[in-house]
Design a protein around this ligand. Sequence first.
Ligand code: FAD
Length: 616
Amino acid sequence: MESMKQETVQDSAIPHTPRVGVYICRCGGNISDVVDTDHVAEICRLIPGVAVSKVHTFMCSDPGQQTISDDIRQEKLDRVVVASCSPFLHELTFRGAVMRSKMNPYLYEHVNIREQCSWAHKHDPRGATAKAIQLISAAVGKLSHSTPLEKIRLPNHRRAMVVGGGPAGMKVAADLAACGIPVVLVERSDRLGGKLPILNRLFPNGQAATELAAKLESQVLSNPKIEVLLKSEVTTVSGFIGNFEVAIHGDFGPSGHATDIHTTVGVIVMATGFKPYVPTDGEFNFKRHPAVVTTVDFNALLSKQKGDARTFQFDGRCIRSIAFIHCVGSRQVDGVHTPAVDGRINTYCSRVCCTTVLNQALQVRQRFPDTRVYDLHQDIRTYGRGHEEYYTDASRAGVVFYRYHGQEPPEVTNTNGPTSPLRISVKDYLSWGEELEIEADMVVLAVGMTPGPCETLVDQLKLPRGEDRFLQEIHPKLRPVEISVNGVLLAGTSQAPMNIQETLAAAGAAAVKARAMFTTEEVELNPYVAEVDAHLCEGSGACLTQCEYDGALAMVEILQDGHTVRKAHVNAGLCVGCGACVAVCPTQAINVSGWRIDQYDAMVDGLVRDLTPTTI
Ligand SMILES: Cc1cc2nc3c(=O)[nH]c(=O)nc-3n(C[C@H](O)[C@H](O)[C@H](O)COP(=O)(O)OP(=O)(O)OC[C@H]3O[C@@H](n4cnc5c(N)ncnc54)[C@H](O)[C@@H]3O)c2cc1C
């Protein structure tokens, strides 16, 4: 950890009067239609330290960035503010621009005057303009107290851990290993394949699930770069990107004895998959009547059908009618469905169930023409390429459709014992709300997906979950397989309900992202982490009590003036710069680099600086 940033004595002294360039973007009218950008530029010239203040139609364009570069050189600017759109979109663009002009990128501040001014106050142009000036003034104030910072550089262990050996985990492992990256694949069950072995003929191409499983498995098992650990689970994990310390418990000793393995990996891919929803006791007569089964059970029943019977067989009986009920455990409605143990209901759509039902219904109609099929749905959501055809084909094959409302799910009753038919009452909105009674020998519940088991990793790495309890990506479009913990990636249904095609696409994306993380021998982290002023620290330990990130802060003993004293020490790799420690330090010995208290003070001064002339 030699390369880790050491505690520094804070030095907020400003070496000279800064020369700040302020650049205001019109954003093609997105900003300037509301904010008077020319006026903002004019007023900003009055802010102490501002040497240049200009407006451009698109600051992010090449000419816009060139203007900044030229001014840095010609006007000898040493700090830059761009007031434009969200920093999420272009902060890095402008940091790059100033860096190319040999300026320290952390002497750049981004001000969002689009989302926070022109869009938020579109009916108040004067207010939006005044607010833009205040925000820029705050940024200039902060910059006046900024000092150059360097990225934190740490060693990068070129080895990945993939948790979960389903389709997603196998695909990530195979793709990474194909690029020469060693992988440890941790699977809690005694085999690879995830849910594939419990599936049958897969939509959308009718491929046997066993065949797909065998192909993926052979890619994994034939590559010596992949170490497969079955019957194994991660018991502890700590560390940060490039440096995760992991303990894995499993039956992989020479004689199959339970053993613990300790290893270091640079990247962790969460491919922990999903659990099919298990209906509660009595839900649609589940567990009360043997012929009420789930789509998972029905896959197994389909693959066990023997001979050339014209009727589906179950428990030695001919099944003359089957009713499929959609959305069991998905799209649940508050007040209608029973919450899970955590008090929540599953309001989300599980996305694969509609095509699964139609796939199964169609197979029944094609193989067992004397078995009638009823389909009770809220909506038919067969959204993928080649999926809608299942609906058309099922209709043509004689499947009878009924549509119910989510608030009025069908009721399944049985009063005459386990071999007698089930009675289904449904208010059918395809016939304008007619109340119908259907008799069926078997009921198949289209169960949805719930998140797979990964509590240890979630708790120890503090991985965020979404409202639906699946793991939450940083951004659904811009960073779809990354999670907010650096170095941890998502693959497949650990993130959301997906079919296999989507699962493998997401897994491929995670592998590419993981590979990109291994292109350098060191990992670079932003310098916004806590720093301790060893002279001010009195070792109270208050910071430790507030820190939520294991190992980010520790007390160390050092020799000072011939005495052994306790001081706080920051592990820059684990610190996320949240600032919780800053708030409780009794001697103000701890600060977050780039966001020090004197910078906040300067921002507040900037916000209240009286720059608003009577003309706006
Ligand atoms: C009834 C039904 C029918 C379906 N039919 C189709 C179909 O025809 N076509 C289609 O495209 N899709 C279908 N799907 C969807 C398909 O099952 C999923 O897309 C696919 O299984 C997702 O793969 P995965 O690797 O993300 O998850 P999974 O298949 O769930 O694999 C996850 C793996 O991770 C392991 N694991 C979990 N937690 C841990 C842990 N903490 N440590 C170690 N290992 C762990 C599990 O044991 C498992 O092996 C169907 C789904 C259902 C419910």
